[in-house]
Write a protein that binds this ligand. Structure first.
Ligand code: BDP
Length: 719
């Protein structure tokens, strides 16, 4: 009987088909297969000496124990270990001071608060592999890096590693409502169970913090930018405090979204005018109260005067007056005020693309130095592909931070596999030519405007209470990628995907290369079957699920026609000097180049130009033909993704393979739907036949138009 049981458990451990629901993310330490590595790591992990006992070191200890049990099948007895005999030392710079040479000490110090170093240190003739951070959290980051390198099979104890984050605040923005619905959330309900807090602490909160720390995320804004003032009441502060206390040892600070009209909604005032002394005192008291619960509270994130949200304009004040009033309340506590630049109004008679620059550039220099302006990657709204936002490089005295969207509102939501790192990389590596000729977006967001200011990269979270966190298993890769790109905006996407695949699925070269062939082209594929050649904002109304190029009526800047402007002559939004002239908001080097239809990169063509259907593209084909080929290519790419995935059936556990396999089939259907609906619709303007070489779009345009999705996920009832 015993032998049978043993056999049974052994089988469970080794079978590739072992059930895996994705909960463990990239932290599912697998047994080390390479025996040399296993011996080397086994020797090191057999003798770990921790120089500290604090809360962050408790986390380090349990992470090492878990990893050792799973990777080596051995438990670590930390109590028994003698420092001199130990082969692996882990501590902070201060604790390790007696063992560091002066030059090494200063090298480590220069890595900054969250930086870490690892390598061999000699003491009394004995060598110790040492992981050292300037602060406990830096040490934690070092330990995660150490464990990830082991899992990836790249660990070498003789290689020195030192690293530090290039962006100071690496933040998730949850768009989670207090009733647990999530705006643009596709992974179930919010993970914050406000109703049961503060008493009930879901074990998931710790797993969430651990996952974030493992990729360097150090800040979270818990609530929707379309904010509810109630989160600022004392009852909610008690709940938020529980989360802040839990997250602290993981190096994560909590932020809240502040509704601008809160003084009226929960303060009993008749105004929220930022220059009103009573309003100022409301915010000061409110803020002091938050800090009495959470002494290291990060600050507020604010969406104001955009899409119906209240803001300073109602009181005849500008954005800097609104932001500064809140920043002033936070300043005595060292808090930050993050003000969003996603500001536009249909009452302003101006191309939506231009509105943020028009609004904020005149205010440059007016903001307090604890204000950061959070700018979306592009000027419209997280489209499948956008040219970078012209505010990057345009603000000289204001700290500008990046806002990416990890949740795939416009990129297939949770039914499509779209790896977003290449898209973010494209934006980050874009040349702005401002403030200097060599500037890139990445450099701008890494550079503090003054020594007192801090840098920021935020990502709108794709996390919910679904078992695998993100709905689509591959959406985990976007969470992972965001952390890695916020840590180092210069990193290449293929390095991220390779790491994620190795940590999530396995290390064999064939597996990594096949999954990479699915992930890396997946963004271009989505652009092709949704919005090729610079088309944008042609999704279904409100929910943004599926194609809706015909959407018209109501607020103009929420219709598709506003953006694609198709007519019998051609298609595209003229943003040159003969149109809205949004191009003039970029540096002249870009504006001049992109004004010309033969010089602009074709991927942005219809974003900036209204182009005749017979316009000759670089390929020699007409624009109409080229659009059709792109849509068709998008579908073909998904078919290829399916084929590659199908070939992996025997290499992966059945549960995750099947989940992705089914979703890829959905993606194929959706890609075909996009192609057919858009091409049939645009043909009503182009009046040209479909190219013979593409699969002819099938279906009936009226049918596509009639589809309605009243219960599509991620929308608030009011949209
Ligand atoms: C848009 C979303 C909307 C958000 C808004 C924002 O459709 O739900 O509230 O962005 O960023 O993408 O504030």
């Amino acid at each position: 009987m015993r032998i049978a049981l043993l056999l049974f458990f052994t089988l469970i451990l080794v079978l590739p088909t072992q059930a895996n629901d994705g909960y463990k993310l990239w932290l599912d330490y697998q047994p080390i297969e390479n025996s040399t590595l296993k011996d080397e790591v086994g020797e090191l992990m057999n003798g770990i000496y921790l120089f500290d006992q604090g809360p962050t070191f408790e986390i380090i200890q349990s992470e090492l124990s878990l990893a050792s049990e799973k990777m080596l099948g051995a438990s670590i007895d930390f109590k028994k270990i003698n420092r001199e005999k130990s082969l692996l030392w882990i501590g902070t710079r201060e604790q390790l001071l007696p063992f560091l040479s002066a030059s090494l000490e200063s090298e480590i110090k220069n890595l900054g608060e969250e930086g870490y170093w690892m390598g061999m240190i000699e003491s009394d003739g004995a060598k110790h592999f040492t992981i050292v951070g300037n602060q406990p959290v830096g040490t934690l980051y070092g330990v995660f890096n150490f464990l990830q390198n082991i899992q990836k099979g790249t660990f070498d104890k003789n290689t020195l590693i030192s690293d530090y984050p290039k962006v100071k605040i690496r933040m998730l923005n949850h768009w989670d409502n207090l009733d647990r619905t999530v705006e643009r959330g596709y992974a179930g309900f919010s993970i914050w169970d406000w109703h049961k807090l503060p008493e009930y602490i879901d074990p998931k909160y710790k797993d969430y913090a651990r996952a974030n720390a493992s990729i360097g995320i150090n800040a979270v804004s818990l609530t929707n930018v379309n904010a509810n003032a109630l989160v600022l009441t004392t009852d909610f502060m008690k709940k938020v405090k529980v989360l802040a206390d839990l997250f602290r040892p993981y190096g994560i600070k909590v932020y809240l979204t502040a509704r601008f009209s809160a003084p009226m909604e929960i303060g009993g005032l008749e105004t929220a005018d930022p220059l009103d002394p009573e309003v100022q005192s409301f915010w000061q008291k409110k803020t002091d109260e938050i800090y009495s619960f959470i002494p290291d509270f990060g600050g507020y994130l604010v969406k104001a005067n955009s899409e119906g949200q209240p803001g300073p304009h109602e009181f005849g004040r500008d954005h800097s007056q609104g932001a500064n009033m809140l920043a002033e309340a936070l300043a005595p506590h060292g808090g930050l005020l993050i003000w969003r630049a996603f500001v536009y109004s249909h009452e302003v008679d101006e191309d939506r693309h231009k509105q943020a620059n028009l609004e904020f550039i005149p205010l440059d220099g007016n903001f307090r130095d604890n204000v950061i302006l959070q700018v979306k990657n592009g000027a419209i709204d997280f489209q499948p592909r956008e040219p970078f936002h012209p505010l990057f490089g345009a603000m000289k005295e204001t700290q500008v931070g990046m806002e990416f969207q990890i949740t795939q509102e416009y990129l297939g939501q949770a039914t499509q596999l779209v790896f977003l790192a290449p898209m973010w990389e494209e934006v980050l590596k874009s040349k702005t030519f401002r403030p200097t000729a060599n500037s890139t977006v990445s450099e701008i967001i890494q550079t503090p405007v003054s020594p007192r200011q801090v840098t920021l990269m935020a990502g709108v979270s794709n996390i919910g209470n679904e078992r695998n966190w993100t709905g689509h298993l591959f959406a985990q890769a976007n969470w992972f990628a965001f952390g890695k790109q916020a840590w180092n905006p210069e990193i290449n996407s293929d390095q991220i995907s390779e790491d994620w695949i190795k940590l999530t699925f396995g290390q064999t070269q064939e597996l990594v290369s096949k999954i990479n062939q699915i992930m890396l082209p997946s963004h271009e594929a989505a652009v092709n079957y949704m919005t090729p050649l610079g088309l944008h904002h042609i999704m279904g109304r409100g929910h943004h699920y599926g194609p809706g190029p015909w959407v018209t009526g109501g607020r103009a800047d929420w219709t598709s026609l506003y953006y694609h402007r198709a007519d019998s002559l051609g298609i595209g939004f003229d943003r040159t000097s003969s149109g809205s002239n949004a191009l003039s908001q970029y540096a002249p080097e870009i504006a001049n180049n992109w004004s010309n239809t033969s010089q602009i990169p074709e991927k942005y063509l219809l974003w900036f130009h209204h182009v005749p259907w017979d316009f000759k593209m670089k390929s020699g084909k007409t624009l109409w033909k080229e659009i059709a080929l792109h849509y068709d290519q998008g579908v073909k790419s998904v078919a290829e993704m399916q084929n590659i995935w199908a070939s992996l059936e025997n290499d992966l556990d059945a549960e995750r393979w099947d989940h992705v396999n089914q979703l890829l089939a959905v993606q194929r259907t959706e890609a075909e739907w996009w192609r057919n609906a858009c091409l049939l619709y645009f043909q009503t303007f182009s009046q040209r036949p479909f190219p013979a070489e593409i699969e002819q779009p099938a279906g009936d345009l009226d049918y596509f138009k009639s589809l309605s999705f009243p219960f599509a996920p991620g929308i608030r009832p009011s949209w």
